[in-house]
Design a protein around this ligand. Sequence first.
Ligand SMILES: Nc1nc2c(ncn2[C@@H]2O[C@H](COP(=O)(O)OP(=O)(O)OP(=O)(O)O)[C@@H](O)[C@H]2O)c(=O)[nH]1
Ligand SMILES: [Mg+2]
Length: 1032
Amino acid sequence: MPVVEGSDLVQLQRRRQQVRNICILAHVDHGKTTLADSLVASNGIISQRMAGKLRYLDNRADEQERGITMKSSSISLYYQEAEELAGNPDYLINLIDSPGHVDFSSEVSTAVRLCDGAIVVVDVVEGVGPQTRACLKQIYEEQLKPVLVLNKLDRLILEKQMDPLDAYFHLTQVLEQVNAVLGSIFASDILAREDITKKDNYESALEEVDDSELYFSPSSGNVVFCSAYDGWAFSVRDFAAMYAKRLELKRKDLEQVLWGDFYYNSKKKEALPGAQEKAKKPMFVQFVLENIWSLYDIIAIRKDKDKLPGIAEKLGLKLAARDLRLTDPKLQIKAVLGQWLPIDKCVLHMVVDHVPPPHKISEERAQRLLYPANVDLSSLPPETLQLKESFTSCDADSSNVIAFVSKMTPVHVSHLPQNRPKRLTDQEVQQRRDEVRRRIEERKLQSEQSELEKISQGVEQLSTQVEVPKKEEPEPEDGEPNEFVFIAFARVFSGTLKRGMELFNLSPKHDPRQPTHRREDEAPYANRLTIGDLYMFMGGELQLLDEVPAGNIVGIGGLESHIVKTATLSSSLDCTSFSELSIMATPILRVAIEPVQPQDMPKLVKGLKLLNQADACVQVSVAPTGEHVITTLGEVHVEKCVHDLEHSYAKIKVNVSKPIVSFRETIVPAATVDMVNEAIVKTAEDKDMSKKIAIQQTLNKRGTLKVIAVPLPAEAVELLEKHSEFFKELAAIPRNQLLSEKWTTLLASIKVKLIAALRDVHLFGLSSLTTEELVNRIWALGPRNCGTNILLNLSDYEQPDFWSSHAKSSDTDIRSDPRKDFNSSLVNGFQLTSVAGPLCEEPMQGVCFVVLEWSIQTEGEDLNSRGPFSGQVLTAAKEVCRQAFQNQPQRLVTPMYSCNIVVNAEMLGKMYAVIGRRHGKILSGDLTQGSGNFAVTCLLPVIESFNFAQEMRKQTSGLACPQLMFSHWEVIDIDPFWLPTTEEELMHFGEKADSANRAKLYMDSVRRRKGLFVDEQVVEHAEKQRTLSKNK
Ligand SMILES: Nc1nc2c(ncn2[C@@H]2O[C@H](COP(=O)(O)OP(=O)(O)OP(=O)(O)O)[C@@H](O)[C@H]2O)c(=O)[nH]1
Ligand SMILES: [Mg+2]
């Protein structure tokens, strides 16, 4: 295979109809990197034989060691269509391989943003995994064009020993699974987009839309069947071309019937439907699978070497003598099937056929990328709206240069092309030889023999030597040179990016609607930067470029001091800042990091800064206690971060704390049964609600607050949680600024849903208002205006309207109420309580604080006589909410992981034992059809998950490998302060209740970590200890 020259690729960059940007996505271990290897081998970068073994794009040492991909990496490939296709055009394929492990799902988001299409890989034995679902969702959201690769077909033959017919039914099922996921994503999107305030007929919305383009179907050519490891792949189209003549059918017609319930009637020479009903062999089995099965049978099962030349001849293949001598059947398979059904041609043909070129970006996608969702399009200036044109046409000559940086990739300085020794071309070597010869001739005339000898030695050296260019020193910081430079991983969307060009870096707050933001000298959220070197990514290597036209993926140097993670670069201030990357997973696992040697602290701080920039999903922060905390997606992610710190960024040994898990605090309705499941008899005293009401006066006794805390229904909590980002952004918009139509509709629909969700809220008969009126009386959400706690106003004070604060000015009410001035103090008091509850200072969840009374006595002396009254109101509000919370039964809420494990039947028992020990809950454990494996889904409290993967691997001899992903928050239904009170409980637990209280254990561990008071006795059960020592 000839090596493709970089200069050919550079030329192709300008022909936008010949460019494709794609990424490979799948569940972990479904074979993405192996597939990428085969495609890379087609360019002669690695040998065909090593393809699949090398995993070229996994270029980190720990990726190779663990066998999983940890970051996305990109490579530019050259592909030329087969000769029989008109004009056999050539293409530039920018390919990004992404990781499948959930801990690195942020890397997937960065890849998806830069591409127009995605290859979805599914392991046919394992079927659709949870990450496959997540990928499909992301593809749908970012509006990429997906194509499907059903991988590992060889496992059906050799491992599962299915016959072709079983395999066909199995493949149909896998395909159906994938399409079912697509269907449900599509349906939920359509239903969510529907304005439920106007329509109440759900069915209609789904019926109206066309989903025919949505699904994967082999006959439409967007599905490929392959074995990436064995290096072959085919689509229905390939076999249709092979058989059209023999079956006397038109190729196009054959493509339509080769997959599906059709059989071939050899007498009539036609394809007929109803194969299953008539117990006939489907054509896919007869003409496709049986061929492949028989090849495997001869080569890999019966190992009948002598038949090989015969088969090769029949298939029209030329096997080299070396291939015939091979003893490993896998390599023979690769040699024969790889030549017959070449994987690179098949997959890349599907890509160029189905993935649109960059200038065919859909209007909708362009709009989604370019304009933030919360902005009303009509409010944008015309210059901004015009940008969409150069954006959709992907015009390389446009004067508007727009590029989006989706992550910063660390590259070791020695890997930069300008620092690598450059090989001289043959011509240059010849030139130098001539030059030296000329000089020798000249000197010969003048000087003696000895000098001549010296020079001729030089000729020898120069002709083989390589030129080492001047090193470009990276900017030293703190006196030490940086070993890593950050290359921005970006795509040019419009215009041509050139080295040394000056562009604006637009921060998310840049808003072209504000005239000042568009003036160069004033723009507060745009800074100028100069584009450094431009690179083409070639796996672990980089190639220098002079310029990059629109539609291509590019690496940009020299931006590390300007960009932390993502950025929008534009030549014009009329451009908006691109919408943020949609990240699939929430970082949840926090660990504190400290250097082993305290004097290494500055190195750690520097290392953490680099880590923060290099990893899209890690959050580096300094806790109030002064610890350096990193928030990551899971255990494997922590390990990667620590590895990077120790070996690359800080180069010091670090200690990693036990993971810090966030909890939340909530209240629940009073229990009706006790801990031994006996009904609790309620006395009149228990039913007296007045005891639950907290009353607090301000310090000067002039203001009074009465509050009761009520648990919110789970439905309402879920709704508020789901829209918390929305409320956060809403709170950041200044009052009286109009919202976009989309946001106004969204707000209205949330209100409608909230009214429905609060239907059953129990206010202990304290109010006779309807739910709608109650929702209208919502004062604020907390903490930080976006949490799941509500401050509800039932006093006679008229709070500012929560739902229409952004409507056209409604402040017509000029009646002066003295309480208005202290409105924000009261709300802030509520915010302070909800951000740190009394159990262990963790944020609250799902608590509704109902303000029953708020009064201020204005007569008499100055309100501020004992310090500012606003401060007093804040303290009183904070205290009264806290008391009200404590008057109710309190509970801890823990984050839960949802965990997916694929395991075989023998290991099932051991796996359940591990989950049980860690208080996990099994949700489902189904047998995957045809594989003999069980796919188990369970829930596991995050705090119990440490070393879970290791323990699971140990217990099941490495057969079960769990995937943990944050799922939801769950109330631990144990009172952390519980002591036996009823007679039955006393009988069952004894007075000391010495079985461990899980909730209390969790609570105390958090309190201990935060340095709060922990109520524990140092010596428990003293008499027992005494007897023990006596016996010694
Ligand atoms: N039998 C068989 N094994 C395969 C095939 N393709 C990949 N594998 C194996 O599956 C394992 C995972 O392959 P990778 O290519 O690393 O998978 P991946 O999807 O890149 O994994 P992550 O990047 O970690 O998500 C490796 O051991 C491969 O050898 C195939 O077609 N047949
Ligand atoms: Mg991989």
